[in-house]
Design a protein. Structure first.
Length: 129
């Protein structure tokens, strides 16, 4: 992991930690609304998926313009495919088909996807081309 981009990895870790704390406290406060056992695997799974996208993206950011664009698209594609596999595991294999689980999954997917995309945009905007 490159030192100049360590701040982005730290922000990802903080986002995952704060999201898990919020979901855990919400699950304790409203036990019928959210199952506290589902929040940790979901947050950890999306954090690992986002981390893999960051690693691919930051490995290609120092290359030429074409290589940088190629790595950005690969990072987003890998994130999408890993999210599909994670959804398959979460819904089909572990049989989490409740309304709360489905909504929680897609809210977390949206949260981490927006974080990754905005991080990519901020890094690409600050990069001299």
């Amino acid at each position: 992991m490159a030192a100049p981009y360590a701040r982005n990895y730290l922000f990802l870790f903080l986002l995952a930690l704060l999201t898990w704390i919020f979901l855990h406290l919400t699950g304790i406060a409203f036990p019928g609304l959210l199952d506290p056992g589902h929040s940790l695997p979901l947050v950890a799974g999306f954090a690992v998926i986002s981390l893999s996208a960051f690693i691919i993206f930051f490995s290609g950011i120092k290359k030429d313009t074409e290589g940088s664009v190629f790595h950005t698209l690969i990072a987003l594609g890998v994130k999408m495919l890993l999210s599909f596999v994670f959804a398959l595991l979460f819904f089909i294999v572990f049989k989490n088909r409740g309304t709360g689980s489905v909504i929680l999954f897609f809210v977390l997917y949206l949260e981490f996807t927006l974080f990754v995309v905005f991080t990519f945009l901020s890094v690409l905007k600050s990069k001299s081309v």
